[in-house]
Ligand binder design. Structure first.
Ligand code: G3H
Ligand code: 13P
Ligand code: ZN
Length: 330
């Protein structure tokens, strides 16, 4: 067993407390490889932002759990080397079993999500409490979820999305002891968050998605004042990056995300962690496609992964500076 404290990581407790009182959100960026880690840490050091490095169970299988743990440990040293000791959380995204959460805690994670949102309420409470009781022995923070996002959550396929029911949150938080709560107010995972027929079009023909259900968020805030709320599925699917992908041979059709304005509003509320994965995938893909298209003879991975890393870092800096408001909060 290696504890996160030995790796120089922190749990999310203090970061969330400051984020709620300060009216900003901590970025939670998914990663599974070296270039993503470099882009995340580079962006966060340059903007002096705290960060949550997020690993899904699929990412852990893909990259190997030992290598990922060392990458996270390396991230702490890398940030120092770049000149700023930013707080770094290593978080399990969408944990689906007690055993997976336990295993992550044993390999240095400082925070875990147990996603029992697809289970009946009582089963969700029971599983979440089991993880919390274990995690808290090691000072590891736990994120639970109430309400189901549309789309695909790792191994969990949500066929029927449902908004979080505000009348359940107080009981859930009290019974489970969770440190933060992911809610469903209309966000969704992936690059195609809404079908075109769910959207309207502006004068330029750009798809405008339905607004998030801020009234549900406000009701939740009333029932559990000051409690840290998490927003999943918060990629904006930037039109310029989608265009870049498609210009260089990609086929991202009807891709639509959450408008930045709505995320800014959420960041000012009790939402103190905003999850972004798809935008990073699109940014890397756009840059790699550009290199392949403009220079088909290129075969050195550094020549396309390098530009992908730069594109990613620029995207993350934009999120931190202009959407989440976490710049300067490290
Ligand atoms: O919410 C899910 C994350 O975007 C992780 O996706 O399971 O494909 O790694 P993944
Ligand atoms: P996006 O697919 O919108 O990036 O959401 C990521 C996420 O919620 C990770 O848990
Ligand atoms: Zn998610």
């Amino acid at each position: 067993m290696i504890t996160y404290k030995e790796l120089g990581l922190v749990n999310s407790k203090e970061l969330f407390r400051k984020a709620i009182t300060g009216g900003y959100a901590i970025p939670a960026f998914n990663f599974n490889n070296l270039e993503q880690m470099q882009a995340i840490i580079g962006a966060c050091v340059e903007t002096k932002s705290p960060v949550i490095l997020q690993v899904s169970s699929g990412a852990r299988k893909y990259a190997n759990q030992t290598l990922l743990r060392y990458l996270a440990q390396g991230a702490v040293q890398y940030a120092k080397e770049l000149g700023c000791e930013i707080p770094i959380v290593l978080h399990l995204d969408h944990g689906d079993t007690f055993e997976l959460c336990k295993s992550c805690i044993e390999s240095g994670f400082s925070s875990v999500m147990i996603d029992g949102s697809h289970f009946p309420y009582e089963k969700n409470v029971e599983l979440t409490k089991q993880v919390v009781d274990h995690a808290h022995k090691f000072d590891v923070t736990v994120e639970g979820e109430l309400g189901v996002l549309a789309g695909i959550e790792d191994d969990v396929v949500a066929e029927h999305s449902s908004y979080t029911r505000p009348e359940e949150v107080e009981d859930f938080v009290k019974k489970t002891g969770v440190d933060s709560l992911a809610i469903s107010i209309g966000t969704c995972h992936g690059a195609n968050k809404f079908k075109p027929d769910q959207c309207t079009r502006n004068a330029d023909g750009v798809l405008i998605p339905p607004p998030l259900k801020f009234e549900i968020l406000e009701e939740i805030e009333k029932r559990i004042p000051g409690f840290p709320i998490v927003l999943h599925g918060a990629s904006s699917v930037p039109a310029d990056l989608v265009k870049m992908v498609n210009t260089y041979g990609g086929k991202l059709k009807d891709a639509v995300g959450i408008p930045e304005e709505q995320l800014r509003r959420a960041a000012h509320s009790a939402v103190c962690k905003i999850n972004i994965d798809s935008d990073g995938r699109i940014a890397m893909t756009a840059a790699i496609r550009k290199v392949f298209s403009e220079n088909p003879a290129e075969y050195d991975p550094r020549k396309y992964l390098g530009p992908a890393r730069d594109q990613l870092k620029a995207l993350y800096k934009h999120k931190i500076n202009s959407v989440l408001g976490s710049a300067g909060k490290a």
